[in-house]
Design a protein around this ligand. Structure first.
Ligand SMILES: [Zn+2]
Length: 353
């Protein structure tokens, strides 16, 4: 059974919900989501989506039908707070770890990483063959191991002679492999550490006092840090970029970093790494604890652990926070591709749950 907002009593005050959401600028709006898909995503009855649109959720008329920007739907779903939107439910699944005893976040765990990429231009063969660049897992020293990693680009292009030697129609009946297939196994280990430097701690305090709310933002929005701070929102990448600049200005060695969240589809994550006064590199991740506060009841112990420590639910990659984990190019610039990234637990160990 699919629950919708109709199961609840009383009209929804959409203007109040929208007052908590920073909508994508008109100039940057990508209206790609159909009304039907938007209803499913927010689990709303059709007339509720009409009311939400009337209250100010922008849609664009495409071929006689309203379409919405995915980021707007995501942030509306999260800040409507009904607990039923697909955005909230996916984030709740991702953050479930934060409600568990913190010892479970410090043990060794193994994960399979599978990334499938598809490029429309590569598929129809009209463009020169594209190239793929995939960032590799780079576990923190003492925080895990990369056990295997295989990147196979160009799978969808048959070898030159393949068509000629296959029986007629054979290739068409085969399920097509993706254009890019990455498969790996990574072990993660959490490590409990504390930040000692009073200057770093003061910067963390200062950032927390800004009381920014997490939003789903994208690459083109990240450079607008000041504007989004005025509007009261940030995301993990923007927060990392901001903190890196602040720390660097104070003479603290700091670098942003990104990686994959485990146990969920298509979620990359960014954070900051700083050199503490004891010479050790420590993680500064202020966004996962904030999401835990929003979505994971009983996550106080995790939120205390988070500052400085490594947890076994994040796979660190050899990549700054604002760079993509996978890039596809035809000649000069990167092109948009469909990516499906799945990080699943390896279930052959007793401690896995
Ligand atoms: Zn391509």
């Amino acid at each position: 059974m699919t629950r919708t907002r109709l199961d609840r009593a009383g009209p929804i005050d959409w203007e109040q919900v929208l007052s908590r959401v920073v909508l994508v600028d008109d100039a940057r709006r990508r209206a790609t989501v159909s009304a039907r898909r938007a209803q499913e995503f927010l689990r709303l009855a059709p007339d509720e989506l009409d009311r939400l649109t009337a209250a100010g959720l922008p849609g664009a008329n495409v071929g006689g039908e309203l379409r919405y920007d995915f980021r707007d739907l995501y942030n509306v779903g999260l800040y409507a707070g009904f607990g039923t939107s697909q955005a909230e439910q996916a984030l709740q699944v991702m953050m479930r770890f934060a409600s568990r005893p913190v010892e479970q976040l410090l043990t060794p765990r193994r994960w399979t990483v599978q990334i499938r990429g598809e490029c429309a231009a590569c598929r129809d063969g009209g463009a020169p063959e594209g190239t793929w660049q995939v960032q590799q897992p780079d576990p923190f020293p003492g925080g895990g191991r990369l056990l295997s990693w295989q990147v196979r680009p160009g799978l969808a292009r048959p070898a030159p002679s393949a068509g000629a030697t296959s029986p007629a129609g054979h290739l068409a009946r085969e399920p097509r492999p993706p254009d890019l297939l990455v498969e790996g196994v990574v072990e993660t280990i959490g490590v409990r550490r504390q930040i000692r430097s009073s200057r770093i701690l003061a910067e963390i305090e200062r950032f927390s006092a800004l009381n920014l709310r997490w939003h789903l933002l994208t690459e083109e929005q990240w450079p607008d840090i000041e504007r989004f701070h005025r509007l009261g929102v940030t995301d993990c990448v923007m927060a990392s970029l901001y903190l890196a600049e602040r720390m660097t200005r104070l003479g603290i060695e700091a670098q942003t970093r990104c990686g994959w969240m485990t146990g969920i589809v298509n979620v990359s994550h960014g954070w900051l790494e700083v050199r503490d006064e004891d010479g050790a590199i420590k993680t500064v991740d202020l966004i996962l604890p904030q999401l835990a506060g929003l979505l994971a009841p009983g996550s106080g112990a995790y939120r205390q652990l988070a500052s400085g420590s490594l947890i076994n639910r994040v796979i660190r990659a050899d990549c700054p926070a604002d760079q993509p984990l996978v890039t596809h190019r035809h000649g000069a610039g990167p092109v948009d591709v469909d990516l499906l990234t799945e990080v699943r637990p390896v279930l052959d160990r007793r401690e896995q749950s």
